[in-house]
Design a protein around this ligand. Structure first.
Ligand code: ADP
Ligand code: MG
Length: 307
């Protein structure tokens, strides 16, 4: 786009984050966004000692953990998306997510008892949020909360809130596949799940919208000809096997889209569509065999690439 003035790229939330600002704006704007995202990273991280999420997990079955209001807000909404997706999006499935994350890293299959043990540690009803005290509590020992499926969405919404406060009119946020277009229309590529990272299968034209992709094609490994990956079906404890390779959602709240995109990777297209219709969210589905389907609202804005 013409008139690009500033681009900031930094790691956080387990991914690479880009903020691009166009036009005129206060010079410290991008720095403030970055600072906010790094604060969120420190609260939400599974790996940083002392983060809200680490403390909730360490104190599972022991005592409630006081958390920042950002964390409380995301936990609260995550539970609601969990109920709405009938448990397909489940932040309490952290034990299973960790098991498969380690499996992906080492390319070794976990054992069946470990899988079923981790699955049984999930349970939306076991995460108790106390608004008055500002605490979160997992009832059972060993239970784990994991915000990996929603944190980037919340961070992207927060980034946009700051940009708007600073009167930035045109910008592009991309937090590892969680994208928000602020202002004028821009072309957003959808990753080709059969190609290396960065190769698009299609483009969508978007303005003032969030575009979020969740895909089972990412972060996986092959074992005996079958691929296992990082989006877990909380009902089975195994990687999701819904027939979808990727789901891209277009709507207004990146947090909502992030949670629902992960949930719909688990639920599949048929069970996911009613959720999207109800909320006015548009979608691109790419199935395991490469078939691409879009919802009506994307007609005229969606372009398949020929390569
Ligand atoms: P990414 O953009 O990193 O691929 P997603 O939004 O698709 O992220 O979320 C995947 C991450 O969410 C996993 O790495 C894991 O941390 C967590 N996760 C995996 N399965 C689920 C699930 N069914 N519900 C909620 N979170 C999940
Ligand atoms: Mg997600």
């Amino acid at each position: 786009m013409r008139g690009k003035v500033l681009q900031k790229i930094f790691p956080a939330l387990g991914t690479v984050n880009t903020i691009a600002l166009y036009g005129s704006f206060a010079p410290e704007t991008a720095e403030q966004v970055k600072k906010r995202v790094l604060d969120l990273h420190r609260r939400f991280s599974l790996f940083e000692q002392g983060s809200d999420i680490s403390r909730i997990n360490e104190q599972a079955g022991i005592k409630p953990a006081p958390v920042h209001q950002d964390t409380f807000f995301v936990l609260f909404h995550a539970l609601a998306y969990g109920r709405e997706t009938q448990g397909a999006f489940d932040i309490t499935s952290g034990a299973a997510s960790r098991l498969w994350r380690d499996a992906v890293r080492s390319a070794k299959m976990p054992s069946e008892p470990d899988i079923s043990g981790c699955r049984s540690l999930g349970g939306l009803a076991d995460l108790i949020l106390d608004k008055a005290d500002g605490t979160a509590f997992l009832r059972r020992n060993g239970q784990q909360v994991d915000l990996g499926g929603i944190a980037k969405g919340y961070a992207a919404d927060e980034a946009v809130r700051i940009l708007k406060k600073h009167k930035v009119r045109n910008a592009l946020i991309n937090f590892g596949g969680t994208v928000i277009v602020v202002g004028r229309e821009q072309k957003i590529g959808i990753q080709n799940p059969f190609q290396k990272s960065g190769v698009s299968m299609a483009d969508i034209m978007v303005k003032n919208k969030a575009v979020v992709t969740s895909g089972s094609y990412e972060r996986g490994f092959f074992f005996e000809g079958v691929r296992y990956h990082h989006i877990i079906d909380p009902r089975t404890g195994w990687p999701a096997d819904s027939g979808l390779l990727s789901v891209t959602l277009v709507g207004d709240s990146a947090m909502e889209l992030d949670a629902l995109a992960t949930g719909i990777c688990v639920l599949g297209e048929k069970n996911g569509l009613p959720l999207l219709e109800k909320r006015g969210i548009e979608a691109v589905f790419i199935s395991n065999d490469g078939e691409v389907k879009i919802t009506h609202g994307l007609q005229g804005k969606f372009f398949l690439r020929s390569n």
